[in-house]
Ligand binder design. Structure first.
Ligand SMILES: *Cc1c(COP(=O)(O)O)cnc(C)c1O
Length: 362
């Protein structure tokens, strides 16, 4: 008899981020400008059938909208209930229970649990800021899948394009699947969607939870070669994108020039502005290609200060009405505070709180 709970689940806990209400939430990188007006309109004017009938099995209308927007063929697109669902399906499609999932770490906190949920073995490889592991280091553990987040959550670092190409080259035509998580690629150089559509080994995963402002509706997608995508869809199963989510996502995707590029431009310029403000205060953030900044707060080098700095600062910011996210065990920088980029008045409010808390720390 298999023990219950099963052994692979022993290290797992329910996901429990701090979701207590707060006046200003800059903790989860969702869109602080709201959502696309056409997406909201689609939900508000949805017909009764959007609730009473099943959605299409594999979200065909959504795939067509993604194809129109990003210029990749429909056969190269898989969708899901958030990109977490696409990551989950891809892990499962790429390997058997017991196989290894290698990832450059620190990275997205869901990678380790998603691997374990599938009975697979997560293998982190150290990624200090500015010091990416080599393709050889990532491939040495003989993984079924290599996960790379670009731009990376929580550091914001963007692996150079040449590094990704060298990794694809090292993997070759029969190596492990490379999963590039491009949740934040809109805020940087747009990523590798086109290459993924024809690559035999690379899958790019995107979400509508961040730049599109649709986190509440849970829509994500993956792009890869048709034969790879087919396996991801088999692994995923039917009916994962509900009708309201699909209608809203299609409306937002079909507007290539309007609301979303405007938000992206603002995020980029406010990211530079906030980085300069923090640097002036003696707390420079890491360079970021995403809609957040990670501020190292745990000292550097051989002599880290006492642990707990990030948790203390985040608790202090919350007392001033601002939610951020603490990180510990970060290779090279020990601890950090991650803050999402919002409109200017929100960042000014964050800086006011930061000054209070950091003043009190000294
Ligand atoms: C936010 C985020 C996601 C998005 O997940 P959804 O399930 O689409 O909301 C995926 N990957 C990374 C790295 C993220 O930060």
């Amino acid at each position: 008899m298999t023990p219950f709970p099963r052994d692979a689940y022993a290290p797992l806990e329910p996901y429990a981020p701090d979701r207590r209400p707060v006046p200003l939430d800059l903790s989860d990188n969702t869109n602080r400008w709201g959502t696309h007006p056409a997406a909201l309109e689609a939900v508000r004017t949805a017909p009764v059938e959007a609730l009473t009938r099943y959605p299409s099995v594999y979200a065909d209308a959504l795939k067509e909208a993604i194809s129109r927007r990003f210029g990749v063929p429909v056969e190269s697109i898989a969708t899901g209930c958030g990109s977490d669902d696409v990551l989950d399906s891809t892990f499962r499609a790429a390997g058997e229970p017991g196989d290894r999932i290698v990832y450059a770490s620190p990275t997205f906190s869901m990678v380790d649990p998603l691997a374990r949920m599938n009975g697979m073995v997560p293998v982190p490889v150290e990624w200090a800021p500015g010091r990416l592991p080599s393709p050889e280091q990532l491939l040495a553990p003989d993984p079924a899948l290599v996960y790379v987040c670009r731009p990376n959550n929580p550091t914001g670092e963007v692996p150079p394009r040449g590094w990704v190409e060298a990794l694809v080259e090292a993997i070759g035509p029969r190596g492990p699947i490379l999963l590039l998580d491009e949740a934040y690629a809109d805020f940087d150089d747009g990523g590798f969607l086109e290459q993924a559509a024809t690559s035999k080994r690379m899958i790019v995963v995107r979400t509508l939870s961040k730049s599109f402002g649709l986190a509440g509706l849970r829509v994500g997608f993956g792009v890869g070669a048709p034969e790879v995508i087919r396996q991801v869809e088999i692994s995923r199963g039917p009916y994962k994108v509900n009708r309201l989510a699909e209608a809203a996502a299609v409306a937002a995707l079909d507007d290539a020039q309007g609301w979303i590029p405007g938000v992206i431009d603002e995020v980029r310029s406010l990211r530079s502005w906030l980085a300069a403000e923090l640097t002036e205060r003696g707390t420079p953030p890491l360079p970021s290609g995403a809609n957040f900044l990670l501020i190292p707060v745990g000292g550097t080098g051989a002599a880290p200060p006492a642990p707990g700095a990030a948790a203390r600062i985040v608790a202090g910011l919350r007392e001033h009405g601002v939610a951020t996210r603490p990180f510990t065990d970060l290779v090279g920088i020990h601890e950090g505070v991650r803050v999402s980029i919002g409109p200017r008045h929100e960042l000014e409010r964050f800086l006011e709180a930061w000054d209070h808390v950091m003043g009190a720390q000294r």
